[in-house]
Design a binder for this molecule. Structure first.
Ligand SMILES: *[C@@H]1O[C@H](CO)[C@@H](O)[C@H](O)[C@H]1NC(C)=O
Length: 385
């Protein structure tokens, strides 16, 4: 009896502490993320979300708090980033989560600013990053073939993706743990090249989807530019305009993972520019036509430090003509114009998510008709041409 009592007190205390951690959450009251055909559902509410793309190793940790604060002030609800495998595992099995690669610190800063986090794990990131984010040692593994149904590749990829997910779980960074992470991405624009791998391409894509979902992250996964994504993965749009995009199933929300608000710069080429008015129009149109989340690629582009710039000719600046410039300063009028747009969209959020988006029919060049269901009893329709 006495021995039992001595054992049970610490056990009770441990259970109590665990319980408290789960209830309180470090940054948010724990919430689940789900979705329906209309929107991402955060803690039971359909949402219209503005996401700001910032790649943590393209800035310094000293810059992160200000970049996140300026994104929030500009109207962002979410911060989005890729992960960079060759930065995190420069030598096989030797991980680096320090300095500019301290993704845990970055995620915690996002949470402490009250913003959500969307992590695109890849692990192929492309991103105008050296080797697309693949570590150079990957190439030397006997029999390896990248991004296809190849056992050595799949083994390495799974190990890395699991490493990232497990790290985030251990640090209680998922929404259901009270952390900021609401969304994850596996692979990256694989749909662009899938057919070049023959039947093995589809097998690999399905494997990647199943592997990712099996890791127990507990938030939805997306695949961008993957029109054949499985039912349980949201296929998303990367482009200058995504209003006409529809996911491959009527059960998935419309998500814009990359809104190209500028472009990368190559040696000897002109610096790219996309006007604020055009971006604002594209975004307003996206949400008008049923969009749920729009991510600026990039909101802050930053710098390709060291030898991280991708080939063949990307310059070290990844400024991207983004709303925050390479140094994190406000780029005007872009930053302010989009901030005003976000405020206007937020005013419409309850109305937007309360109804399905209008149905549009093309009548001919530059002509369309629309029909909006006004929910009620009976449901009425507003039709225009
Ligand atoms: C989230 O969903 C899981 C699984 O359905 C459930 O056990 C948990 O209680 C939910 N958490 C919250 C905060 O709703």
């Amino acid at each position: 009896m006495a021995a039992n009592k001595a054992l049970s007190l610490p056990l009770i205390l441990t259970a109590l502490t665990l319980h408290l951690t789960i209830i309180a959450g470090e940054y948010f009251t724990p919430f689940n993320v789900t979705y329906d055909h209309r929107a991402l559902i955060i803690g039971g509410k359909r949402r219209i979300l503005i996401s700001a793309g910032i790649h943590y190793p393209r800035a310094t940790p000293e810059m992160w708090p200000k970049l996140i604060a300026r994104s929030k002030e500009g109207g962002a609800d979410v911060i989005e980033t890729y992960t960079f495998w060759n930065g995190h595992e420069p030598t096989r099995g030797q991980y680096n989560f320090e300095g500019r690669y301290d993704i845990v610190k970055f995620a915690k800063l996002v949470g402490s600013h009250g913003l959500y986090l969307f992590i695109r794990i890849g692990p192929y990131a492309c991103a105008e990053w050296n080797f697309g984010g693949f570590p150079v040692w990957l190439r030397d593994i006997p029999g390896i073939e990248f991004r296809t149904d190849n056992a050595p590749f799949k083994e390495e990829m799974e190990r890395y993706v699991k490493k990232i997910v497990d790290l985030m779980i251990a640090e209680s960074l998922f929404s259901w743990q009270g952390g900021p992470i609401i969304l994850l991405q596996i692979e990256n624009e694989y749909g662009n090249i899938e057919s070049s791998f023959g039947p093995k391409g589809k097998i690999y894509m399905k494997w990647a989807a199943e592997m990712a979902v099996g890791l127990g992250a507990g938030v939805p996964w997306v695949m961008c530019r993957q029109t054949d994504a499985p039912e349980y993965i949201i296929d998303t749009c990367n482009a200058y305009y995504c209003d006409a995009y529809t996911p491959n199933s009527g059960k998935k929300p419309k998500i814009w993972t990359e809104n190209w608000d500028g472009w990368y710069a190559d040696w000897g080429e002109r610096l790219p520019h996309r006007p604020s008015e055009d971006i604002a129009f594209a975004i307003a149109r996206f949400f008008q036509r049923g969009g749920s989340l729009q991510n600026y690629y990039m909101y802050f582009g930053g710098t390709n430090f060291g030898r991280t710039a991708g080939g063949p000719a990307q310059i070290t600046s990844y400024d991207y003509d983004a709303p925050l410039d390479e140094y994190g300063l406000l780029r005007q009028p872009k930053w302010g114009h989009l901030k005003d747009l976000h405020a206007a969209i937020k005013l419409c959020e309850p109305a937007l998510v309360a109804a399905d988006s209008p149905q549009y029919i093309k009548l001919g060049p530059k002509q369309e008709s629309g029909q909006l269901a006004i929910l009620g009893n009976p449901t009425r329709y507003l039709t225009w041409m």
